[in-house]
Design a binder for this molecule. Structure first.
Ligand code: NDP
Length: 252
């Protein structure tokens, strides 16, 4: 299958975890992919394993860096797909959360989406097909202890998704959000370590706690998230717009 043949996709945070799996999935259906992130060495290594992939250094919090990276990406061909995946998380009870940490999370998770979407806008609007997929989280749909800053950022991403879909309803561009529960990546690994150090639980107990939030009692695999992103990028999914799709194993 090559339904994305001739399409160019930028994936922020494309060197690891969900972003890397997404790049591989889109490339498997013919897209040329551009992996962006701060760690160029890691990105280049990842890109070398994917047909038609390139690596471009980009800090999504830095407007100048984003502008330069997207100009470079666009010079290689019009950007048709933007996957806003770069993100960071931390766990902190609100009374211990300081403003710097709060802002650090918003800068990457919210401002990053703003900067990258702005930078890709001209290309996205310039044809008969465009897709923006924002990797939000179930934390963008509901709350949870110790993640008020992360929840705030992911709720903002979901809000931006819905607003842009409404605003661009008359265009060929769709904007959707994917909202996974815990996915087995470095980010989940950090959450496991946080639980262990805060509660004294063993690694197995910490994993069970995260998996237990999913009615299927498991951590989600990166390929499952990537498949949903691919589906949203499929030309036939045009009618799906402004949606926040939960990937949570059936949480109520
Ligand atoms: P990773 O930590 O593997 O990926 C995060 C990616 O973001 C890295 O590739 C990193 O690359 C990039 N990144 C971080 N900061 C910046 C920055 N300032 N500029 C550019 N790139 C940046 O974790 P995941 O794959 O799990 O996370 C991907 C997305 O999925 C995130 O938005 C996360 O919030 C979301 N998510 C994750 C879940 C999970 O349980 N894992 C659940 C729900 C949502 P580099 O360091 O090179 O910059």
């Amino acid at each position: 299958m090559s339904v994305l043949k001739g399409r160019r996709a930028v994936i922020t945070g494309g060197g690891t975890g969900i972003g890397l799996a997404t790049a591989k999935r889109l490339a498997a259906d013919g897209a040329s992919t551009v992996l962006m992130g701060r760690n160029l060495e890691r990105l280049e290594k990842a890109a070398a394993e994917i047909d038609g992939a390139t690596a471009i250094q980009c800090d999504v919090t830095d407007q100048a860096s984003v502008a330069a990276a997207f100009a470079k990406a666009s010079a290689g061909g019009k950007i048709d797909i933007l996957v806003n995946n770069a993100g960071i998380a931390s766990g902190r009870p609100f009374h211990k959360l300081d403003y710097d940490e709060f802002r650090r999370i918003q800068n990457v998770n919210v401002d990053g989406v703003f900067h990258c979407t702005k930078a890709a806008l001209k290309d996205l609007m310039g044809g008969d097909y465009g897709r923006v997929v924002n990797i939000a989280s179930v934390a963008g749909l509901r709350g949870g202890p110790y993640i008020s800053h992360y929840c705030a950022s992911k709720h903002a991403v979901v809000g931006m998704t819905k607003a842009l879909a409404a605003e661009w309803g008359q265009t060929k561009v769709t904007v959707n959000a994917v909202c996974p529960a815990y996915v087995e990546t470095d980010m989940a690994e950090n959450a496991i370590n946080t639980i262990m150090s805060n509660t004294g639980r063993t690694r197995e107990q910490a994993i069970a706690e995260l998996a237990g939030m999913n009615p299927q009692k498991r951590l989600i695999q990166v390929e499952e998230v990537a498949e949903c992103v691919f589906w949203l990028c499929h030309p036939n999914s045009f009618t799906v717009n402004g949606k926040a799709i939960s990937l949570d194993g059936g949480a109520p």
